[in-house]
Design a protein around this ligand. Structure first.
Ligand code: GLC
Ligand code: GLC
Length: 659
C-alpha cells in the first residue's frame, strides 16, 4: 500500500518547471529521509492536530529555498555531503572579529584576506553585521532585519561576494543566527507595539505582573546591570515606554531591554525563523552560530534554560538545513553547566560548539598554577561523539564565566562558590600579587555572581608587566591548538592587544564592561608583528610557530584525546593518538620549572622529539619543563624500542584493531 502524506503534495506543488530532474530527485530523497523525524519532532512540539498543515508549509518553504540556492553553493553542498568531517582537519584555524572595529566595513574585511591567509585562517566568524538599532544593539546581537546588512558595514551583495572570496581562499564564513530574540525595532516588534495581535504572539507579552512574577521566581538574571529579572515594560502603541513603576504590560527580555525573546511555542515563529535561517544559508554562510541557544524555550516553573523542547527545535532546524542547505552546520553557543553544554552537540543538532569549560579552566590553571581541574575536564569531559567537534578558545567577545561543575571541583575539596569568588578577585586584581588586569562584568551582589572581562594579554599579565605574560599567552593558545577540534583566535590577541582604556567613554556601552576587550584594530601592534624585539612580535612569532607545527601534525586532527596523569599538579598532560603512536603534550602552568618523574613516563617511548623545538628528550631521566613550558612529543623513530601506540591495539590473531 502506498501511503501519501499531505506534505508530499506540497512538495510536488513547490517544484519549479526549470528545476533539473536529477537535482530534484536528490532533493526529494533528502526530504523523504528527514520527514519522518521532522513529523515526530513537530508533533511533540506543536501537537498532532496541526502537524499535517505545519509539515506542508515547512516542506514548501524548504523546496523554495533550495530551488533559490545558487549553483556554487549547491556544489559546496555536494562536496560536504561527500566529506562531512571537513571541519575536523588539523589545518582548521578560526578567527573572530567585529566587522566595524577590525576592518571598518565588509570591504575592509575583504582587504584583510591576505592577512588571514598569512595567519592560516580557514574559518572566520564575523560578529553580527545585520541591521540593528543605531545606539543600542549589543554589538549587533539585537537584530532588526536578518535580511539586511547594517548599512554602515555594506550590503547583502557585498556579503555574498565576500563569502565567495573567502571560500575561494579556503576560509569558511561563520555568522550568528541570533534566534532567541530580535531587537525591539524589528518589524515584528514594531507591529506588536502597534497592536497587531499576530505579531504580539511572536513575543512573550503579558498584562500585569502575575505571569512575569511567576516566571521570574525560577529564572536566573542574565544582565542584572541592565534590568532586574527577565521582563521589561512593553511600549505603548505610540512607542513610548512606561517606567517600571507605571508599566501595565511586560515583555520578556533575557538580555538587554531592547532584545525581546521570541516565543517558539507559537509555530508561526518557528516557521518565520526557519525562513530567516534558510535565507542566510543561501548567502554563502558555512556555519551558523546559534546564539544564546540555551534560552530558546520557556516553561513556567523551570529555569527556562536547556529545556528538552529547545533540543527538539534545533533538531528541526538541523533537519531543514540537511534538506535545503546541507553544506551549512550549526555551532552551539551554550555557556552553561558542562553537562548541558554537551547536550547540544550531535550530528542532529550542533556539530560544533564552543568549549567554555576548557576556556574557563585554562584561566583557572594560570591563576592557581594548578592543572587538576583542567586535567579532570580533559580526562572526562573532552571526548565528543563522532562527527562533532569543539571550538576551543582562550577568550571570546563575551565575558569569562566560571562554568565548571561544582561536583567536579568538590572531588578536590574545592568549594565552587568560594573558588569562583577567588577567581573573580584574582582576575580583577583584587588579589595580592595577581598578574591579571580584568574588569568585573554583571557583578550581582544579590547572588554573588560575577564574570570577567579582559583581553587575553591583559588577563595574562602583559598589562601588569608580568615577566611570565607572553609565555602564558602562548601556553594558553598551545592548549586550544592541540586538544582537538577547531582552535579559535580572537583577532588582535595574536599581537598582544590590551584592554581598551576608553571603553566606558561611549555612553551606550558604559554599563557593559565587555567593551573593554573589544578594542579597535591595533594597527601599530600589527605593524610590529615581524619585529622580535617587541611583545607583539614575540607573541605573533610564537603563535605562528604553534600554528605551523599543528598544521604539520596530522595527529592533531579530529578530537580524540587521552589524558596523561603527570602526577604533578602543575603540569597538564594529554595524548593525541595517531596511527603511528600518540603525540604527548605537556604544559607547565607554574612560574617555576617542574619535573615529571621518570617512573611516571615509563609507559612512553624512551626517547621522544619535541615537535616545537626539535629537541630530543630522554624520558628515562624524567622530564623538566621550564616555567610555562610546553612540549609536543612524538616518539623518536630512531629510538630502538617503544611500547605499542595508545590506540592501535593488536588482536590475539595479530591483526591491528580498528580504533
Ligand atoms: C550571546 C552573545 C552575546 C550577547 C547575547 C545576547 O551570548 O555572545 O554577546 O550579548 O548572546 O544576544
Ligand atoms: C551569554 C552572555 C554571557 C552569559 C551567558 C549566560 O553568553 O553573553 O554573558 O554569561 O549568555 O548563558
Amino acid at each position: 500500500m502506498l501511503l501519501t502524506h499531505p506534505w508530499m503534495h506540497a512538495l510536488d506543488d513547490a517544484r519549479q518547471p526549470e528545476t533539473d530532474p536529477a537535482d530534484w530527485a536528490e532533493f526529494v530523497a533528502r526530504t523523504s529521509a528527514e520527514m519522518p523525524r521532522i513529523h515526530g519532532l513537530m508533533t511533540e512540539l506543536y501537537g498532532s492536530e496541526r502537524v499535517d498543515a505545519e509539515l506542508a508549509a515547512f516542506v514548501t518553504q524548504l523546496a523554495e529555498s533550495w530551488q533559490h540556492r545558487p549553483a556554487e553553493l549547491r556544489a559546496v553542498d555536494a562536496a560536504r555531503l561527500a566529506d562531512p568531517d571537513w571541519f575536523q582537519s588539523n589545518q582548521m584555524l578560526g578567527g573572530v572579529c567585529y566587522v566595524d572595529r577590525y576592518a571598518g566595513d565588509l570591504e575592509g574585511v575583504r582587504a584583510r584576506i591576505p592577512y588571514f591567509i598569512e595567519l592560516g585562517l580557514t574559518y572566520l566568524h564575523l560578529m553580527p553585521l545585520f541591521e540593528a538599532p543605531a545606539e543600542n544593539s549589543d554589538g549587533g546581537y539585537a537584530v532588526s532585519s536578518y535580511r539586511e546588512v547594517n548599512p554602515a558595514l555594506g550590503d547583502m551583495a557585498q556579503l555574498q561576494s565576500l563569502a565567495a572570496e573567502l571560500r575561494a581562499n579556503g576560509i569558511a564564513l561563520v555568522l550568528d543566527f541570533i534566534f532567541n530574540h530580535t531587537s525591539n525595532e524589528h518589524e515584528w516588534a514594531r507591529r506588536a507595539i502597534a497592536g497587531e495581535q499576530e505579531f504580539e504572539n511572536y513575543y512573550w507579552v503579558f498584562d500585569g505582573r502575575e505571569q512575569p512574577d511567576a516566571f521570574e521566581a525560577t529564572v536566573r538574571e542574565i544582565f542584572p546591570d541592565d534590568h532586574p529579572g527577565s521582563f521589561v515594560p512593553f511600549p505603548h502603541p505610540d512607542g513610548t515606554v512606561p517606567s517600571r513603576a507605571e508599566a501595565e504590560r511586560w515583555v520578556w527580555a533575557t538580555f538587554h531591554t531592547f532584545q525581546w525573546d521570541l516565543n517558539y511555542s507559537n509555530p508561526a515563529v518557528m516557521r518565520a525563523m526557519a525562513g530567516e535561517m534558510l535565507f542566510l544559508a543561501n548567502q554563502g554562510i558555512d556555519v551558523l552560530r546559534m546564539d544564546a541557544v540555551a534560552f530558546i524555550w520557556k516553561q513556567l516553573g523551570t529555569s527556562c534554560e536547556n529545556l528538552p523542547e529547545a533540543h527538539l527545535l534545533i533538531q528541526i532546524f538541523t533537519a531543514a538545513l540537511r534538506i535545503a542547505a546541507p553544506a551549512v552546520m550549526f555551532k552551539s553557543e551554550a555557556i552553561v553547566h558542562p553537562d548541558q553544554v554537551v547536550e547540544y552537540i550531535s550530528v542532529d543538532e550542533c556539530r560544533i560548539s564552543y568549549n567554555p569549560l576548557q576556556m574557563a579552566l585554562i584561566w583557572n590553571s594560570l591563576a592557581t598554577r594548578d592543572v587538576r581541574l583542567l586535567q579532570q575536564a580533559l580526562d572526562r569531559r573532552h571526548n565528543l561523539p563522532p562527527g562533532t567537534a569543539w571550538v576551543n578558545y582562550v577568550r571570546s567577545h563575551d565575558d569569562i564565566g566560571w562554568t565548571f561543575a561544582d561536583e567536579d571541583a568538590a572531588e578536590f575539596g574545592i568549594n565552587g562558590f568560594d573558588h569562583r569568588r577567588f577567581l573573580n578577585n584574582f582576575f580583577v586584581n583584587r588579589f595580592p600579587g595577581s598578574f591579571a588586569r580584568g574588569i568585573p562584568f554583571q557583578d550581582n551582589p544579590k547572588t554573588g555572581d560575577c564574570r570577567i572581562s579582559g583581553t587575553t594579554a591583559s588577563l595574562a599579565g602583559l598589562e601588569a608587566g608580568d615577566a611570565g605574560a607572553i609565555r602564558r599567552i602562548l601556553l594558553a593558545h598551545s592548549i586550544v591548538l592541540s586538544t582537538g577540534g577547531i582552535p579559535l583566535i580572537y583577532l588582535g590577541d595574536e599581537v598582544g592587544q590590551l584592554n581598551d582604556p576608553h571603553w566606558a567613554d561611549v555612553p551606550a556601552q558604559a554599563d557593559d564592561s565587555r567593551w573593554a576587550h573589544r578594542p579597535h584594530y591595533p594597527a601599530e601592534l600589527y605593524a610590529q608583528r615581524s619585529d622580535p624585539t617587541t611583545d607583539a612580535g614575540r607573541i605573533f612569532a610564537g603563535l605562528q610557530h604553534l600554528i605551523a607545527v599543528r598544521r604539520a601534525t596530522p595527529e592533531f586532527s579530529g578530537g580524540t584525546l587521552i589524558g596523561f596523569d603527570t602526577k604533578n599538579p602543575h603540569v597538564l598532560g594529554y595524548q593525541r593518538p595517531g596511527p603511528a603512536g600518540a603525540i604527548v603534550c605537556f604544559a607547565n602552568v607554574a612560574d617555576q620549572p617542574h619535573t615529571i618523574a621518570a617512573l611516571t613516563l615509563s609507559g612512553l617511548p624512551g626517547t621522544m622529539i619535541d615537535l616545537l623545538t626539535d629537541a630530543r628528550h630522554t624520558l628515562r631521566a624524567g622530564l623538566t619543563l621550564p616555567a610555562h613550558g610546553v612540549v609536543w612529543l612524538r616518539a623518536d623513530p630512531e629510538s630502538a624500542s617503544y611500547p605499542a601506540p595508545a590506540r592501535t591495539a593488536v588482536l590475539p590473531d595479530g591483526t591491528p584493531r580498528a580504533s
